[in-house]
Design a binder for this molecule. Structure first.
Ligand code: AHR
Length: 501
């Protein structure tokens, strides 16, 4: 049985240009993200710098513009000085955030080299947990000042004559969280972030700054945290961060697939809080959002409790993603795109081995998890201008969410305005839905390709031995009729419907 949904799109009704940094990601010194993830000098596929070329290729294929580093919770106890200079002089330290051993074989310079290999830029977080203004401004000087000062000359001594020109900087990480090393109240953090921002900008006025918002929407201090922190920092920063992870802990698929409704609400409330402070400050400056940690994270939670502390590169946060997770990641991407007027940066957390689209085995292979595909599709076809869309679809209720549409979708027009891409998910577990796409006064689109990610088994996963259990195909059933496109969306499926005129 097939039911019907309608999507109304008109290329005259533009919402916003998509900032390509919406397709950013994140690599933390955590688990096997760095060591045996991106860096494994004794791997047969390692390049001359010790980076795994199989991983570089998989990451390159995601076309990621910006990668956040080095944390995450890790950054709140980190001394960047430990990761620069001759490797044999770098100290091995205890990382208190993940109770692991950090050898510092990889630090800022190596990471910058790696991001260039994968075609991305580095987004750098400073430590506002155990450290403060002085270390933050020194790091900006080390990374970005051309020469003729202690820190910039040290970088040159370390082999990097040219500044790294790092544009985007995070003022700490999740400082509202009691788990954070150096956790602060909103007042304490707001003052520190404002003063650190001022000093960092004195070193390099061209940088952009992200201040910490709440760690997730259920934090007891949310949204007062945002209001207080922005009251202190509004004039000195460019973005406020959002973080949110989703999960299917209750094994309730309808509820799991509805959770992006909560993300949508969360974004709207943070925008409202930013605009409240804007009004209070009588300023025309608009505060945008850096959604710099988002993903699905729940599979590894119990296993991680059993991992012994103080190992180098322990197997932490190694979620093995199933097909249902890829649908939620697709829904998350649709939600982010729908807010492209205010969400300018977003980072899929994370990238390799740690809650990641790319997995590796030490001395073994590298493969794509199920969530790799919707992210790759959005990164590839989601650049351009997001259009205002109206969706009519049957609805359902799931725990805290009422009237959840069975179909969620968004449309993006390419920069040359010749290509239109619709991203859609059918959340329905029973029936296929025919999505009728109307283009108002601006019809004339021909179907180019209809990519589908679907599976008979919502729990299907990709592994090193069976890397193609879940992968997209291009046999999507769509037809053009009377200036409309009719797309068949099987129950539980992700779609990329590409059109050209
Ligand atoms: O991405 C994993 C962790 O999640 C990060 O270190 C932290 O910022 C968040 O709580």
């Amino acid at each position: 049985m097939s039911t019907q949904a309608n999507l109304y799109v008109d290329t005259n009704y533009k919402l916003s240009k998509v900032d390509s940094r919406l397709f950013g990601s994140f690599v933390e010194h955590l688990g096997r993200a760095i060591y045996t993830g991106i860096y494994e000098p004794d791997h047969p596929l390692a390049d001359q710098d010790g980076f795994r070329q199989d991983v570089i290729q998989l990451v390159r294929d995601l076309d990621i513009p910006v990668i956040r580093y080095p944390g995450g919770n890790f950054v709140s106890g980190y001394r960047f000085e430990d990761g620069i200079g001759p490797r044999d002089l770098r100290p091995t330290k205890l990382d208190l955030a993940w109770r692991s051993v950090e050898t510092n074989e990889v630090g800022l310079n190596e990471f910058v080299i790696w991001t260039r290999k994968v075609g991305a830029e580095t987004m750098l977080a400073v430590n506002l947990g155990t450290r403060g203004i002085d270390a933050a401004r020194n790091l900006v000087e080390y990374a970005n000042h051309p020469e003729g000062s202690y820190w910039s000359d040290l970088r040159r001594e370390h082999g990097f004559d040219e500044p790294h020109a790092i544009k985007l900087w995070c003022l700490g990480n999740e400082m509202d969280g009691p788990w954070q090393i150096g956790h602060k109240t909103a007042e304490e953090y707001g003052r520190l972030a404002a003063e650190a921002a001022k000093a960092m900008r004195l070193v390099d006025p061209s940088i952009e700054l992200v201040v910490c918002g709440s760690s997730h929407r259920d934090m007891p201090t949310y949204p007062d945290w945002e209001a207080t922190v922005l009251a202190h920092t509004y004039d000195f920063v460019d973005y406020i961060s959002m973080h949110q992870y989703l999960g299917n802990r209750e094994n309730d698929l309808g509820y799991y697939l509805a959770q992006t409704e909560g993300v949508d609400e969360f974004i709207k409330s943070v925008i409202a809080t930013c605009d409240f402070i804007k009004a209070k400050k009588r300023t025309s400056k608009v505060m945008n959002i850096s959604f710099d940690e988002w993903n699905v994270w729940y599979h590894s939670n119990e296993q991680d409790k059993k991992v012994d502390p103080w190992q180098k590169a322990p197997p932490l946060l190694e979620d093995v993603y199933n097909f249902a997770d890829s649908l939620v990641v697709g829904l998350f991407l649709i939600t982010l795109l729908r807010h492209a007027d205010r969400v300018k940066i977003a980072c899929l957390a994370q990238l390799v081995n740690v809650i990641a689209p790319v997995m590796t085995r030490k001395r073994g292979g590298a493969w794509k998890q199920t969530i790799y595909y919707p992210f790759q599709h959005a990164s590839k076809y989601g650049r351009g201008t997001v259009l205002q869309t109206l969706i009519e679809a049957p609805v359902y209720d799931a725990r805290e969410f009422r009237d959840v549409k069975l179909v969620d979708a968004v449309a993006v027009l390419s920069d040359n305005e010749r290509e239109l891409t619709i991203f859609a998910v059918n959340r329905g577990q029973e029936n296929a839905i025919t999505l009728e796409c109307s283009f108002g006064a601006t019809s004339g689109f021909e179907l180019v390709e209809h990519i589908v990610l679907e599976s008979d088994d919502v729990y299907a996963v990709n592994t090193e031995d069976q890397p193609d259990n879940v992968k997209p195909h291009t046999e999507g059933k769509s037809v053009s009729r009377g200036g409309k496109i009719l797309a068949e969306l099987p129950a539980l499926s992700w779609h990329v419907i590409r059109m050209r005129r």
